[in-house]
Design a binder for this molecule. Structure first.
Ligand code: NAD
Length: 327
């Protein structure tokens, strides 16, 4: 049995708690949040002990793993703190918000199993696209485009206590809402070779200091990838990733995969697990977390280990290095 602790008991922590409760070999023994009412609610819901900080929790508890569901700036330092005690780390995305933080995570990953929650990598339509690329079903992959057009308004930032600032969120729509999509592009196409990006704050000037919109031209594994993400839209529209092959275009939208060839279009849907949180978080958390524990139990590498997110973190940090100049 793995004894797990959840750090940060806000929105996404509820999904981690539901998954950990459902798995046969994990048990939540402790949780922590600087907002005592949130830790208390989590403790009551899961039957674990509540603390007001990671430090306080570690004074009294020796969990096998911690789930970091805290604001972005805390992921890397908390990961290292837990790793120094020999505790495995499962961290929410993004892995880091700066290059200095990457060094902290490397130190942590050298000591303990460390996984990052890019749950969409487990989506069946993404898996199917990977197979098509590997097998060359439609010829060579030539390029890709991706769109994330969501809606976030002032209260989302103002009520959180951490979103909307460089210091604590580390950016806006790129580091938060659309980093999953960037991660999939990098995974499907390859290493970032060229990164050009522009950023803007179209609709929340005076509310947030970070970008609400980013557009980028990337060269990934030798192929161009066009990327556009914004939180200035009027709804959370489905994310679109389109892969352009010599003989087809593949569109990944929600859980479907549409294959467009000269002969016509075919839409494939796949059975997916129940969505535990908000619809736009997807349904991959369960399998992503279950695989983390299975990898530890079986002594094999974890698909979402630190090495596997290096290129995504690099692409994201380069987009900020470029994009912040235009903000
Ligand atoms: N993978 C996904 O699909 C997904 C979805 C949503 C959020 N996330 C990520 O999860 C993380 C949390 O996001 P959220 O939406 O749950 O935010 P949230 O604000 O709802 O929850 C964060 C919690 O952390 C607590 N906290 C802040 N500082 C703390 C500290 N020093 N020690 C302990 N607790 C502290 C806050 O009080 C809050 O309760 C972020 O990294 C976010 O990007 C991932």
């Amino acid at each position: 049995m793995f004894h797990a602790a959840i750090i940060g008991c806000g929105g996404i922590a509820q999904v981690h708690a539901a998954v950990l409760t459902s798995l046969p070999d994990t048990e939540i023994t402790a949780c922590a949040d600087i907002r005592p009412e949130r830790a208390k609610a989590m403790a009551e819901k899961t039957g674990c002990r509540a603390y007001s900080s990671l430090d306080e929790l570690l004074e009294h508890e020796t969990p096998d793993s911690v789930h970091l569901c805290v604001p972005h700036y805390l992921h890397a330092p908390m990961a290292l703190k837990a790793a120094e005690k020999g505790i495995a780390v499962f961290s929410e995305k993004p892995p880091v918000i700066s290059r200095d933080q990457w060094e902290l995570l490397e130190k942590a990953a050298a000591k303990v199993p460390l996984g990052i929650c890019f749950q969409n990598r487990y989506n069946p339509n993404v898996r199917a696209a990977e197979t098509i690329i590997r097998e060359g079903t439609y010829g060579k992959l030539l390029g890709a485009r991706a769109f994330v057009t969501w809606k976030r308004e002032s209260p989302y930032y103002l009520d959180s206590g951490w979103r909307g600032t460089w210091k604590t969120e580390g950016g806006g729509v790129l580091v938060n809402q659309s980093v999953h999509t960037l991660d999939l592009l990098v995974r499907l196409l390859g290493k970032p070779e060229k990164v050009e990006a522009h950023m803007a704050n179209h609709h929340l000037n005076g509310v947030i200091e970070v970008e609400d919109t980013v557009e980028a031209y990337l060269v990934l594994g030798g192929k161009p990838a066009l990327f556009y993400a914004t939180t200035a839209y009027t709804e959370d529209a489905p994310v679109l990733i389109e892969l352009h092959f010599e003989k087809a275009a593949l569109r990944l939208e929600n859980d479907a995969l549409e294959i467009r060839t000269k002969e016509g279009a075919e839409k494939k849907t796949f059975p997916v697990p129940e969505t535990l949180g908000k619809g736009y978080w997807g349904s991959g958390h369960g399998v992503c977390i279950a695989d983390f524990y299975a990898s530890i139990r079986e002594g094999r590498p974890y698909q979402n280990d630190l090495a596997s997110v290096r290129d995504t973190a690099d692409a994201m940090l380069r987009m900020y290095e470029e994009g912040r100049k235009t903000l």
